[in-house]
Design a protein around this ligand. Sequence first.
Ligand code: GLN
Length: 467
Amino acid sequence: MSGLTHQANGVAERLRAADARGLNATLHWSEENLAAEAARVEALAGAGATLPLAGMPIALKDNIVTTDAPTTCASRILEGYRSPYDATVVRRLREAGALIAAKANLDEFAMGSSTEHSAFGRVLHPTHPDRVPGGSSGGSAALVAAGVVPAALGSETGGSVRQPASFCGIVGVKPTYGRVSRYGLVAFGSSLDCVSVFGRTVDDASRVLAVIAGQDEQDATTVDAPPMTLEAAPGSLRGIRIGLPAEYFPADLDAGVRAGVDRAAAALRALGAELVPVSLPHSAYAVPTYYVLAPAEAASNLARYDGVRYGVRRIGPAGDLPALYRATRGEGFGAEVRRRILVGTYVLSAGYYDAYYNKAQQVRNLIAADFTKAFAPGGVHFLLTPTTPTPAFRAGEKTADPVSMYLADIFVSAVSLAGLPAMSLPAGLSEGLPVGVQIIAPAFEESRMLALASALEAALGAAGEVR
Ligand code: GLN
């Protein structure tokens, strides 16, 4: 048996075990696909291709399209849909020798913070099954945290990789908006959406991000930035200034989360970095701003699911087209998606556009300007914050109250609105539950952010604090 076939068999075994224990992290995978992937990479290697991810099994959030499996977005409305093309990120992963292992469960259309809004059932937290893995990329996070795959792709519109990474105790990296192609990522909020990466370690996540990053003629918002480089962890952080934004440390912050950030801050200081207080005053408005703009963009993006072009169709009385739309969309979308479409349509409607949508755009600019000011010459090089206000919460705890669910995003939304790169890194446990810290960097500074994270990962690991 070849090495790659052996590797593919191992992944299949772990996927089977994860399914058997009811993790519910995958929506599709098959032994045939894995065998085909192994044969494909074998052939690439045989042809002498350079394969930076040779044989690395990677799971994909099921809002990233692939030709060899259905893409569901965890929604009934896409039942039976199969993409005629691979997303650019998938094409790049395949060319780099990765084995596409599985399509992972998510909140329907990536709307949620717990993966409880999937039409196919919730994903269990890998070590605490009564809790949520976070969301919306909860299936991808759970597969990495459970050791099924070393890395996975998720997507971020407003924190959907950093937040589950924090809850599951793994690394989650959101690149700068424009760094990674969105071609083949099913659109949610087009001005915010970013394909993002989970890894067991900073190194795994960095290697995957370096492969998927880069300009793509299929996505006009991708930028011709200097390529990402894989930098070694610096031995010393002397001369590096890291800001602690006061607004991200409220008095009622969970004590375990605060302890995690304190550990990270102490480790960074021990490496020579200077930690300085800063202020990002408009971040306080990030959650309400995000929950106006993201639904507005979602309402227009999701207009395409009309029962005519994609997925399911529910037909009303003959000749009644609006009845077809109503029946299809009423049955095909879950409650949270319908809520977003209603909110989004409302804030875009005549008479409310200025009061909500336009106002939110203005606040978005103020939120972004705070970061620009913090990172200006003479200011800080990075920011350090908690990723989430609490460790993983219990399943069912927030489903009845959408606003409490939205507040799980309180420390991750501002970065998304500002389009900046940021990541979550494990910083220890609080009563047995993982807590993460967030590192935020200036636009297109992913390489330096990841190098800093490697240094911090090593320091925290060496202190016996993590994993
Ligand atoms: N929790 C946020 C939402 O529900 C973020 C989702 C995301 O980043 N995809 O919209």
